[in-house]
Design a protein around this ligand. Structure first.
Ligand SMILES: [Fe+2]
Length: 463
């Protein structure tokens, strides 16, 4: 006999109750930890597809399910399906997750789309993004650019969240080093980081390149979690935004030979082809500004032992001893206007520089028709490793240095004027540095007449 509230059950009644319970359990299996399904989308972020009218929505679930985005202008009139790919982290737990990618193609220009993503088993919250105008030649894209932002001490993130959700930017570029590190704690740190950046990255294209903190398991967390254009899993690629041709590079191929040299060689020849194409007369007329970004800088004056403190930086002059595949000559040859770097947890603006010589446009207007690429290092968005100090004496090629937490804003106003400013988060959003790069012509530096002797165009030290 079994006692229940209000009376006792006979053996016959008990058998009946047991039969009912057994049949119920086959219809509704009791949820145990091993049977819980995780279909709720998280870590939602955007990136450009093959052009600015194509957006890729990427997100994560922990159980396998479809990849669907419902979207539209003022409602979910449209629906797109994509792919679901299982990603298994290389850590001891071999944690798995499912990465969902859906392309939204042929978007209308100058529109605000709302969307959510998921499947019939679970949907994300509602997000929105804005598209580029129809006449790309009249577009003045505005971007926030930084590197080295982690889970812990992501100091600039709150300011960026505020600005992004007020629609200040068209895109963000994160120049390597995420989460610290995405593979840590069996990739749980990566999950947490992607959750943190959702509040910006779900509203605009969050374009990336890998840094040294992504190198574990051959960059597998980086490759799996981001969806950059091209077919290199985001290790290098290029894309156009109005008057800018952006080129993303992986400086890590110069430093991680444990994965072989193949990637380094492939990237180098890809870059030359990309620059050849970008500098064809008709293309450069349409997109005169060529801006590269990669994680480890060619030059820096920080007080540490990083490679950028060496004279012959690997990225600048090529691999050790052989001096093959250096990038500085290539940038010079094709007239790269601006190179953006990170890795050093600080901000440093250089004079236009080539091979340690300063080629200012003139003494009074150094960035007007400069004779070499302008370099900016912006790696102080905020991470657990804090910021990096500088050596006391500023080298002659360095124009401005600051170790506040912050990030860089870039706006290409038109084909002749590009504006950059540095925001200090420590100083509550103050603009601590700005320059206008002004160019009447965009062309290879070594074909520039001024370089061959114009008095206004000189090597100068402004110390
Ligand atoms: Fe780094």
């Amino acid at each position: 006999m079994v006692s229940i509230p209000g009376g006792m059950l006979t053996a016959q009644q008990l058998v009946k109750v047991s039969l009912v319970l057994v049949s119920l359990s086959t219809v509704c299996p009791l949820a145990t930890s091993s049977t819980i399904e995780y279909y709720q989308p998280e870590q939602v972020h955007l990136s450009y597809g093959e052009n600015v009218y194509e957006m890729v929505v990427t997100w994560t679930t922990y159980s396998d399910c479809d990849s669907v985005v419902e979207y539209g202008i003022g409602g979910f009139a449209l629906k797109a399906q994509g792919e679901t790919k299982k990603f298994t982290d290389g850590g001891s737990e071999s944690r798995s997750m499912f990465i969902h990618r859906v392309k939204l193609s042929d978007l209308s220009p100058d529109a605000k789309y709302t969307y959510h993503c998921g499947s019939s088993l679970g949907w994300s919250g509602v997000f929105w993004f804005s598209t580029a105008p129809e006449d790309l030649s009249k577009w003045s894209p505005h971007l926030a650019i930084y590197g080295d932002m982690g889970n812990e001490n992501a100091q600039s993130l709150a300011r960026l969240q505020e600005e992004v959700q007020r629609n200040v930017y068209d895109a963000i570029i994160h120049v390597g080093d995420f989460a610290y590190d995405m593979d840590s704690d069996n990739a749980r740190v990566g999950d947490e980081f992607m959750r943190q950046i959702q509040s910006v990255a779900a509203y605009l294209p969050y374009m990336t390149c890998p840094g040294n903190h992504e190198q574990t398991y051959n960059f597998s967390n980086y490759r799996a979690r981001f969806s950059m254009p091209g077919d290199t899993e985001g290790l290098w690629y290029s894309f156009n935004m109005g008057p800018i041709h952006f080129i993303a590079l992986t400086t890590e191929v110069y430093y991680n030979f444990n994965y072989g040299m193949k990637q380094l060689v492939k990237q180098f020849y890809w870059l030359e082809e990309d620059l050849k194409e970008a500098t064809k007369l008709e293309n450069r007329k349409q997109r005169p500004w060529i801006i590269t970004y990669g994680h480890r800088p060619m030059y820096c004056s920080n007080d540490d032992y990083d490679d950028c403190r060496q004279h012959s930086t690997f990225v600048r002059k090529g691999i050790p001893f052989l001096k093959w595949f250096g990038l500085e000559d290539m940038f010079y040859k094709y007239g790269v206007d601006l190179s953006i770097w990170a890795h050093e947890h600080s901000y440093e603006r250089l004079w236009p520089v080539y091979d340690y010589k300063v080629y200012n446009g003139s003494l009074n207007a150094p960035y007007q028709n400069p004779g070499a690429t302008v370099h900016i290092t912006t790696g102080s968005a905020g991470c657990s490793e804090r910021t990096d100090p500088f050596i006391p004496i500023k080298p002659e090629w360095s124009a401005f240095r600051n170790s506040d937490y912050g990030y860089t804003k870039v706006k290409a106003w038109n084909e002749t004027h590009l504006y950059l400013e540095q925001i200090s988060d420590d100083k509550d959003g103050e603009v601590i540095d700005f320059i206008w790069i002004i160019k009447d012509k965009h062309e290879a530096f070594n074909s520039n007449q001024q370089f061959n002797g114009d008095k206004e165009f000189r090597e100068v030290s402004l110390e």
